[in-house]
Design a binder for this molecule. Structure first.
Ligand SMILES: Cc1cc2nc3c(=O)[nH]c(=O)nc-3n(C[C@H](O)[C@H](O)[C@H](O)COP(=O)(O)O)c2cc1C
Length: 327
């Protein structure tokens, strides 16, 4: 069973992934945030840099494409194939208003006939195997049955299911009963994703679904970058947290504006990382910082001195428990 680091647009950049892998062993694959191809079929310099397999190498990375246009998908998959990637992932889950409004991401789950036409074209001509990351549907978990039946008609190389609807975004209950449908019926490789925030939640999920091929973790890994390391028998060291953080800040500061770019980026990470520390006011203080020079000493001192919780405490951000450990 593999552990995959979830794709997180704006957070899990190439720099982030490479530094994470260096300091926290245990993750099998890192998923790249979505690439949204343009009609002109041109990659920007930034997209090229992010797509470059770099130190991790193609086999440990899963690039992802967000589009509702089969031709654009095939072009992007071709670019990924030429870089050496063994597969490309289709995003059927992004819940953002602008994405769904354009009929992309989770918006593709609205019209299954259109989705079938898209998949027919993609699977007929894709230069590399295509995996899928999906939600249960747009509004109701009952939409998932027909979606699953439709996907089963294609050679999906890996199906990752985030068992929430688009309407639920990333909050509230994960619908394990709907995921059970996939566990029961899906014949190919199946990955679970959602609310795996502690070693106990991972253990419970594995017990509930022993046949899974993988678990994908996102926010749990931002809150405790050593979560998978610990699950695999390693330890979380404060030194690794400090080095990871400082090297990440250093790399970002080398190319980005401290206040306009690095500060919001690091705040987004700390929104989760703060949950690891036994100080309920930490996130409030960090969020209030208006400049990098105000923010960084607070963050570094927290990393070096504040007591660490055994598990990140997600109770404050996600209040709708499905089980004691899969909150
Ligand atoms: C800030 C942010 C950015 C995300 N970007 C992507 C993305 O580019 N592609 C994707 O498939 N999912 C994306 N997701 C969804 C995550 O991959 C994952 O499905 C979600 O966080 C639920 O998993 P978790 O409960 O382990 O965090 C994003 C989520 C967040 C919070």
């Amino acid at each position: 069973m593999e552990f995959l680091f979830a794709p997180m647009e704006g957070i899990t950049s190439r720099t982030f992934r490479e530094l994470h892998a260096e300091h926290f062993p245990g993750v099998d694959r890192y998923c790249l945030p979505f690439l949204s191809p343009t009609r002109e079929h041109i990659l920007t310099d930034r997209q090229r840099r992010e797509l470059d397999p770099g130190r991790l190498g193609c086999d440990r990375l899963v690039p992802q494409i967000l589009t509702a246009d089969a031709e654009d998908f095939l072009w992007a998959a071709g670019e990924m194939a030429s870089l050496g990637y063994p597969e490309a992932d289709l995003n059927l889950g992004c819940p953002s208003g602008t994405v769904v409004g354009k009929g992309k991401g989770a918006g593709m789950l609205r019209d299954l006939d259109a989705l079938r036409r898209f998949l027919d074209a993609v699977y007929a001509a894709a230069p590399i195997p295509v995996s899928v990351k999906t939600r249960l549907g747009l509004e109701r978990e009952e939409e998932f049955g027909p979606i699953l039946r439709l996907l089963a008609d294609y050679p999906v190389s890996r199906l990752t299911v985030h068992p929430r609807t688009r309407k639920e975004m990333y909050t509230g209950t994960v619908h394990l009963s709907a995921f059970a449908l996939a566990a029961e019926r899906w014949k190919g490789r199946l990955v679970y994703n959602g609310n795996l925030f502690s070693a106990a939640s991972v253990r419970d999920l594995r017990e509930a679904f022993p046949g899974l091929d993988g678990l994908m973790l996102g926010r749990g890994m931002l809150a405790d970058p050593a979560l998978v390391t610990r699950i695999r028998g390693g330890e979380r060291s404060r030194e690794a947290l400090v080095s990871f953080h400082e090297e990440l800040c250093g790399a970002y500061l080398a190319t980005m504006h401290p206040n306009q770019a690095v500060l919001p980026k690091m705040k987004e990470i700390w929104m989760y990382l703060a949950l690891l520390f036994e100080d309920d006011g930490l996130w409030r203080r960090l969020r209030r910082a208006k400049t990098w020079t105000e923010f960084h000493p607070l963050a570094l001192s927290a990393l070096k001195t504040l007591p660490l919780r055994p598990e990140a405490d997600f109770t404050a951000v996600d209040q709708a428990p499905v089980s004691p450990t899969l909150r």
